[in-house]
Unconditional design. Structure first.
Length: 295
């Protein structure tokens, strides 16, 4: 587990003991003995933009306001010039209403729905590539020492994954420091929460990295690029389309990060190899995490 200095680095860290995120369920183990484990709770959350219902997402229900704003942001329904006047969450109705200064109508966009490869079935409205044409990501250099330091800190941080499994984590990072760690049943939701936090707090993206435990799919690459974040890293693997899009937009993509090892399939010219991998402790079984599907 992470020590106090590790957790102190975070602006938002996981809270695996938070009420409503898990519940105890009794079952039978491989020896036929009764056992009790924590399982993740998932609930529907309906997102409105002003008076228009947009989508119902399955989520663990933490940070619903950030999830709603980030989802709308990543769908192109909230743009740079839009002013969010209020974000109202009703816990009983499980509804979030995002209100803006100007009137909105996305009827045509809502007709174009694509189900993505997200574990909790992600949804994208409109053309998935919409908005990428003008994206110019900064050519931010990535120190391999930062990659190793982040992996070491993040993988040892107490999390809902380590408490109950069946969940993905995504972390907004700056250099070797993890800033905001979000978890959810779908990796797309975790990314949207970070996007919402960045939008609400006016956080810059050019000097940031996104670290995820999930696969580097086209959806993940597109979301990261539209957020303006120049580096995307993961413990898990890649999809071919995800790599192709990353190369098109100039996104540095690093996957299969385990102990001393990683693979860079886009932006390798921006890697600064400032540490000998042999000097990095390999990942012990005690702290090993699965990289794709939870546990």
């Amino acid at each position: 587990m992470a020590d106090a200095p590790d957790l102190a680095q975070y602006l938002i860290a996981p809270d695996p003991k938070a009420p409503r995120l898990t519940r105890a369920v009794t079952g039978v183990d491989h020896l036929g003995q009764e056992t009790e484990i924590s399982v993740v709770e998932e609930r529907p959350l309906t997102i409105y933009l002003n008076s228009q219902e947009i989508v119902t997402a399955m989520t663990i229900s933490d940070y619903p306001e950030y999830l709603a704003v980030g989802f709308l942001r990543n769908q192109g329904m909230l743009r740079d010039g839009d002013v969010v006047t209020r974000v109202d969450y009703d816990d009983e109705l499980e509804v979030v209403v995002v209100r803006t200064e100007t009137e909105t109508n996305h009827e045509e966009k809502l007709k174009k729905k694509t189900r993505t490869s997200g574990c909790a079935v992600g949804t994208v409205f409109g053309d998935m590539m919409e908005g990428l044409e003008g994206v110019e990501l900064p050519q931010t250099q990535v120190k391999t020492s930062d990659l190793y330091a982040l992996a070491n800190t993040i993988n040892r941080t107490p999390s809902l994954y380590l408490e109950a499994g069946a969940i993905h984590g995504t972390v907004l990072c700056q250099g070797a420091r993890p800033l905001v760690y979000m978890e959810d049943v779908g990796r797309h939701n975790a990314v949207d929460k970070i996007s919402g936090w960045m939008f609400q707090h006016g956080e810059t993206a050019a000097d940031k990295m996104l670290y995820t435990t999930g696969r580097l799919t086209s959806e993940m690459v597109i979301k990261c690029a539209l957020m303006g974040i120049p580096v995307l890293a993961s413990r898990s693997g890649f999809t071919a389309w995800g790599v192709e899009i990353a190369r098109q937009v100039g996104l540095t993509v690093i996957g299969r990060m385990r102990g001393q090892r990683f693979v860079c399939l886009s932006g390798e010219d921006r890697l600064l190899r400032d540490v000998d991998p042999a000097s990095v402790p390999d990942e012990g079984k005690k702290h090993a995490r699965k990289g794709g599907n939870g546990r």
